[in-house]
Write a protein that binds this ligand. Structure first.
Ligand code: HEC
Ligand code: HEC
Length: 388
């Protein structure tokens, strides 16, 4: 596990330090140095608490004080961006690194994944090369472009993106994190037959699907530089991995069927307790300076009804392994299913394969208990009033 997580410091610094620094700094108004001093003290403690102050313990319901900190997260983060100087940046980066290091070293997800893989599967382990190993020159430039598109999809490939998400929102740590469908584990498994479109898909076609559904956009043509760059980035990360072999950490680990039928109302309570602080009470995420720092879970800026994440088994598996952010593995299986049904029972952009009516679209593409599309939840026919 540890080896696989090495070498991604750059990504973490770039993407996460803003978030981590804001969680730590905001409500406690600690000076950066004081907060930094606290982090090592918390490292290794087995109390399940994250190494930062602002994020409440999951067993405690959010209260008004927690919610009141949220706009402060925004302001502090925005202000932090403007005022960052070399002297304040270093401690913040150090802090973020330590905090995230602590998270990845000590989360229950690690223990869980290690256990599961030792017991059940014999999938070979693989560690992608560190980002620092991306070479200079034209090949390295293409790898870097792919990474840039993956991290800042809307800015780097605007013609093909129709929502507020980025690839990295669902494939964490720049597509490197095990158990969040990492690119290094996907690349060597294509070409592959997909039930979704009933034919053998090249890796490029698989990427096109992400743009159409998860990004609610348009498929870049197969010869497009966007596809080539993402392929190059993935292939670079997968160098040395066995070909055609399912690797440890590929996809999302399946969550076993819950004891009780997944339930919207229970999921709503899990959402309020464990998700709303970051994703917003209305699930619409939160922006800083026009960019989402916490992505929307439903509504016009989220993935559409054709995306894998709208299916309950995939959503519960992603959530169980990866959410709340940095505390993957902390939810019970039941909570993961319940919150998945709550999330996926909200309207989102229409399935681009829409056949003119919801029932026909369900029959053609969503005829499975894992999809709520075309089902009635609390009296509302899902898919009938898509968000846009
Ligand atoms: C809303 C979340 C979401 C976003 C955004 C997203 N994906 Fe995915 N992606 C998924 C899900 C869910 C799967 C299916 C994983 C599974 O079935 O195990 C997936 C699968 C993949 C796979 C195949 C993984 C495998 O193991 O076969 C690749 C490659 C991929 N995505 C790349 C991308 C790229 C590139 C982008 C951005 C253009 C992107 N994704 C955006 C959720 C997302
Ligand atoms: C501490 C803040 C935080 C909490 C709490 C949190 N998330 Fe997230 N979540 C994030 C961030 C940040 C991302 C994007 C990750 C990235 O880009 O690296 C994300 C991504 C996601 C995504 C994929 C992107 C999207 O918008 O669809 C889903 C689904 C999700 N979270 C669901 C949940 C659920 C359900 C919970 C509660 C069980 C939860 N999250 C709790 C911060 C959080």
């Amino acid at each position: 596990m540890a080896a696989r997580q090495m070498g991604s410091t750059n990504v973490r610094l770039e993407r996460m330090c803003v978030l981590v620094a804001s969680w730590i700094g905001v409500s406690s108004s600690l000076s950066t140095n004081a907060a930094a001093a606290r982090v090592p003290a918390n490292r290794g403690k087995d109390d399940g608490q994250p190494p930062y102050g602002a994020y409440p313990h999951r067993s405690r319901k959010l209260d008004a004080r927690d919610l009141a900190t949220v706009p402060m997260v925004r302001r502090a983060t925005a202000a932090g961006r403007k005022q960052t100087t070399m002297s304040t940046r270093l401690p913040v980066l150090l802090l973020a690194t330590l905090a995230l290091g602590a998270c990845t070293d000590h989360t229950p997800m690690d223990a869980h994944a290690a256990e599961a893989s030792a017991a059940a599967t014999k999938a070979p382990a693989f560690a992608p090369p560190p980002e620092s190993a991306i070479p200079e020159g034209p090949y390295g430039d293409m790898v870097r472009l792919g990474r840039e598109i993956f991290m800042h999809t809307r800015k780097a490939a605007p013609a093909y993106v129709g929502n507020g998400l980025a690839c990295v929102n669902c494939h964490l740590d720049a597509g490197r994190l095990a158990d969040s469908a990492p690119l290094w584990a996907a690349y060597g498994m294509y070409p592959q037959y997909r039930k979704k479109n009933h034919h053998v898909n090249s890796y490029g076609e698989r990427l096109q699907g992400c743009f159409m559904y998860s990004m609610n956009g348009k498929a870049p043509p197969l010869g497009d530089k966007v596809i080539l760059a993402l392929e190059t980035y993935s292939s670079w990360m997968a160098q040395g991995a066995p070909h055609g072999v399912k690797l440890e950490g590929a996809g999302y680990p399946k969550v076993s069927s819950p004891a009780k039928k997944p339930d919207y109302a229970r999921g709503q309570a899990v959402f309020a307790r464990d998700c709303a602080l970051c994703h917003g009470a209305d699930g619409q995420g939160q922006k800083v300076a026009g960019d989402y720092v916490f992505p929307p879970l439903w509504g016009p800026d989220s993935f559409n009804w054709g995306a894998g994440m709208h299916e309950l088994d995939k959503a519960s598996a992603f959530i169980k392994a990866n959410m709340p952010l940095s505390r993957g593995g902390s939810l019970s299986d039941q909570d993961a299913w319940d919150v998945a049904i709550f999330m996926d029972a909200h309207e989102r952009p229409q399935d681009p394969r829409y056949k003119g009516d919801v029932a026909a679209t369900r029959k053609a593409f969503h005829d499975t208990p894992m999809s709520l599309y075309g089902q009635r939840v609390n009296g509302h026919l899902l898919g009938s009033e898509p968000a846009h």
